[in-house]
Design a protein around this ligand. Structure first.
Ligand SMILES: [Zn+2]
Length: 197
């Protein structure tokens, strides 16, 4: 039975690597896959999903305005697809998550979404919040903090190591870097350890 999956993580956990490996497993068995990624993220170049360890695959892109149910219906009319993979799923709108749920329920094709759970201020991305509500199955792609504990949070830093505590949820293409931390070290970096005194 087809399901809607949400594989969530913090930054630098290797979720694109996991996505590309899972898609490869289908293709190795002669089952085609359809890959989608957010247009907002063009780090990998136009229409590509790339992982930090060097593997990449072609992908179609989505904008916030796109009707993904219609887009996927068009793709399925061309040839059969065994599974649909969506990277940067935190950038889906709630409406688009519902469209993907309809693909699963009505077209009976599994949809596997990969995305960040929370932003640098500790708030759920809207797409991720809706996926947490609607997904049939959820799995955490894990990475660790410098202390060895599981990292669940992320901070945004300037090139000189200053932690940014305010600003837009989405900022891609700037000079900032992202560091994944456990909640305690995230609180320390964000200047909130008052609860400990
Ligand atoms: Zn830590």
């Amino acid at each position: 039975m087809a399901k809607l999956y949400f594989n969530y993580s913090t930054m630098n956990a290797g979720k694109s690597t996991v996505l590309l490996q899972a898609s490869h497993n289908y293709r190795e068995n002669n089952m085609d896959t359809y890959l989608l990624t957010a247009r907002i993220d063009d780090r990998a170049g136009t229409g590509r999903i790339a992982s930090r360890i060097g593997i990449a695959a072609e992908a179609d892109m989505f904008d916030a305005q796109d009707d993904l149910y219609a887009q996927i219906t068009t793709r399925l009319a061309q040839s059969g697809v065994a599974a649909i993979f969506v990277d940067e799923a935190q950038f889906l709108t709630p409406e688009q998550v519902w469209q993907l749920a309809r693909v699963v329920d009505d077209l009976r094709v599994p949809v596997l979404c990969y995305g960040l759970r929370v932003d640098f201020q500790g708030n759920l991305f809207p797409g991720s919040a809706t996926l947490l509500a609607l997904a049939d199955e959820m799995r955490e792609v894990r990475t660790i903090c410098h202390c060895g504990k599981k990292a669940t949070m992320v901070i945004r830093q300037t090139p000189d190591g200053h932690t940014i505590t305010t600003g837009d949820q989405v900022q891609i293409g700037g000079n900032e870097s992202y560091i994944s931390l456990c909640r305690k070290h995230w609180r320390e970096a964000m200047g909130d350890l008052s609860a400990e005194s």
